[in-house]
Design a protein around this ligand. Sequence first.
Ligand SMILES: O=C(O)CCC(=O)C(=O)O
Ligand SMILES: [Fe+2]
Length: 279
Amino acid sequence: MPVQNVDYTSVNAAEHFTTSLRETGFGVLRNHPLDMDLVERIYEQWAHFFSSDDKAQWRFDPNTQDGYFPPDVSETAKGSSQKDLKEYYHVYPWGKVPDALEQDIREYYRQADALAGELLSWIEAHTPEAVATQYSQSLSSMIDGSQQTLLRVLYYPPIPNDAPVDAVRAAAHEDINLITLLPASNEPGLEVKGRDGEWLPVPSDPGQLIINVGDMLQEASQGHFPSTTHRVVNPDGASARRARLSLPLFLHPKPDVVLSERYTADSYLKERLKELGVI
Ligand SMILES: O=C(O)CCC(=O)C(=O)O
Ligand SMILES: [Fe+2]
């Protein structure tokens, strides 16, 4: 089954959306309530931020992980030998944000976090009973009031001339968190790995919202919902000279939330961040 494009307002939306997550790890929503003019404005504002020298003053704090991550410290995906061709800014509810950018980014955070709570209730309602009884608490309550949910403003610069041949915008990886909400980017490039191992572009017209399953939901659902490998490929031709922005919201449970017999949200996150080399 390909990634399903679901009308958020349709009567069967919750069921179709959850089936898509179960079968592909991804789902796409149209007619959702997020303000996409706000997202456009955020892309414009942050393109300026990433193009200015001020960004160096907002460098991330290694203990708290909020702030600006320059290209030379950005992630190396698990199993990859090259750093991704990206830089980014981590926004947390309690974290630092430049004054001029604060209002819009916090408003987007609020909207997307609220929608995520609803989508987690959809997922829970369509989880088979045998799996759902294993959830330690309702999925939406896992993130309710969480201070760990991370909004990442990603900036992929035009492909540098001296980029290593095997470096890509985002090497193949899985997300660590419960689910990720990702509004359509200003440029294509996102691909998802299908069950047969082939790479498929994620269909994403302007205004649509992409949702994917992360490792924590896979863990909590004992594999019922697959955390699917995805990547962002380098463009050819004229688009290689354009920057790409994206705005994933990574939904993280409160630290004490029990994911499974093996892990709490906190122990799981620490293990993964160590693998990524960022703590
Ligand atoms: O930029 C994108 O479209 C996806 C980014 C992503 O997968 C990530 O940051 O985990
Ligand atoms: Fe990702």
